[in-house]
Unconditional design. Structure first.
Lengths: 319, 129
């Protein structure tokens, strides 16, 4: 389990406590005052690709903003259901977007604290009778006032074992999702096909989740842009040869098993940095400049096993 | 007899909103919260039963209120108190403690004076249910 404290700016502006109901509302001013624009801009700027996801988040933000205005004018009383489902292949940015979502909901005033608790089955389900309920409740207590992000949520339900404790965790989750909608927002995440199966066997979840957001795979160009962003963040850069090699690498890696989008790129870059360090040790004599220390060359990337057809063990399986 | 102890003992009973606000104050100070219950409010009865473990790393009072609700449901006719523990000094020190539930019919205390050698009087206080 990991707690991420979102570095949020100022607290959401409190609605005017005048007691009288306003007759008109300036949505644009509301939008500016809430700081939602910053989160959305940040999302656009820092996350490559994911166009449908960004669109959905914009729509959700607009809906929540309008809903808040309606509430202030006395048109609605109920809190909208905010529980969400993020589906997509590994490495498509589900956790990163969940973090932004927590920030967004905090700025709109739909969650009080805006932190994100990221858990998996292990954090919710116990190992013996009577262990699950306290464990699930502890996680829920910590997530109160923020967002609970359940990664690979379908592991909670094991149809092959009817005595599996996951069912108990599901029941507690459903109960809290229904009764304490004001206190926390639950985001379920996982691969699309397995999540679909999970919802089919747990109709309770399906009906309690209002927003289903699908994360598409990244395109090759987007992955290259992601690689650039990651390296810039660590004060590295690719030279022209390395950029060509990286383009080739992405195309090849995509066809090999266990491709995990941005995560594969991060791993590839980690290994490239390793090779770069090794190369510097072996080839250079005398002092090394800043430029040499921060440049990744084609050789660092071309040495990858991806270019010789993947891992040895996997090559054997394929032939 | 209306028994008072801990913080706010001079005030009327706190409402749930007021309890929530006090817990928020505790959490802002990064104190852990424990819920304890007992049917014996005797001043010398220091160690009450614990309702689960003290709660660490909470961010919002809703989590505590959820447990308090469960505790009240299980022990409607018990005293329930909330303790806040401060760990700044390297061990958990109680920084705040206040009652959040009391039974409908409260016990009283009975004082027994026993004369012993040399006109000394020993005083014993017992809880009368």
């Amino acid at each position: 389990m990991s707690t991420t404290i979102v570095p949020t700016g100022e607290a959401p502006p409190a609605p005017p406590e005048t007691g009288e109901v306003p007759t008109s509302v300036d949505l644009a001013a509301d939008f500016r005052a809430s700081g939602v624009a910053e989160v959305l801009d940040e999302l656009d700027r820092e996350l490559v690709g994911l166009r449908p996801v960004k669109l959905r988040i914009r729509e959700t933000a607009a809906l929540l903003l309008v809903d808040r205005a309606r509430k202030r004018m006395g048109l609605t009383q109920t809190t909208p259901t905010l529980h969400m489902s993020f589906t997509g292949n590994p490495g498509t940015g589900k956790t990163t977007v969940a973090l932004r979502m927590a920030d967004l909901l905090y700025r709109l005033g739909y969650v009080r604290k805006g932190h994100l608790i990221s858990v998996t089955r292990d954090d919710l389900v116990g190992q013996y009778i009577g262990h699950t309920a306290p464990k699930t409740k502890e996680v829920l207590r910590k997530a109160m006032g923020g967002v609970l992000f359940i990664d690979e949520a379908y592991y909670l339900y094991r149809p092959d074992n009817e005595r599996d404790y996951g069912q108990e965790a599901i029941e507690i989750l459903l109960q809290v999702m229904e009764n304490q909608r004001d206190d926390l927002v639950v985001i379920l995440a996982g691969y699309a096909d397995r999540m679909d199966k999970f919802y089919q066997s747990n109709p309770g979840f399906r009906s309690r989740i209002a927003h289903h957001i699908d994360f598409p795979d990244y395109e090759d160009g987007e992955l290259l842009a992601i690689a650039d962003t990651m390296l810039t963040g660590q004060n590295y850069h690719l030279d022209a040869g390395a950029r060509a090699a990286m383009t080739q690498y992405i195309a090849l890696r995509r066809k090999q098993p266990h491709f995990a989008n941005a995560r594969s790129i991060r791993n590839a870059l980690d290994r490239a940095r390793l090779r770069q360090a090794n190369r510097l040790f072996e080839t250079t004599t005398g002092p090394v400049g800043v430029e040499a220390l921060s440049t990744i060359t084609a050789a660092d990337i071309l040495a990858s096993r991806v270019f010789s057809g993947g891992l040895d063990s996997e090559r054997k399986e394929q032939s | 007899m209306r028994i008072t102890q801990g913080c706010f003992s001079f005030l009327p009973d706190l409402s749930d909103d007021q309890i929530t606000a006090q817990i928020e104050y505790c959490l802002r100070n990064e104190w852990a919260i424990g819920i304890e219950y007992s049917d014996d409010p005797h001043p010398r009865n220091t160690y009450w039963e614990m309702w689960g473990n003290p709660m660490f790393d909470l961010r919002d009072a809703a989590g505590v209120m959820m447990e308090l609700k469960a505790c009240r449901k299980a022990f409607p006719n018990f005293y329930i108190r909330i303790n806040a523990f401060d760990s700044t000094r390297g061990f958990e020190t109680v920084r705040m403690s206040f009652l959040v539930n009391r039974p409908k019919v409260e016990p009283t205390f009975k004082v027994t004076r026993t004369e012993v050698a040399g006109r000394t009087v020993n005083i014993t206080m017992t809880t009368e249910y």
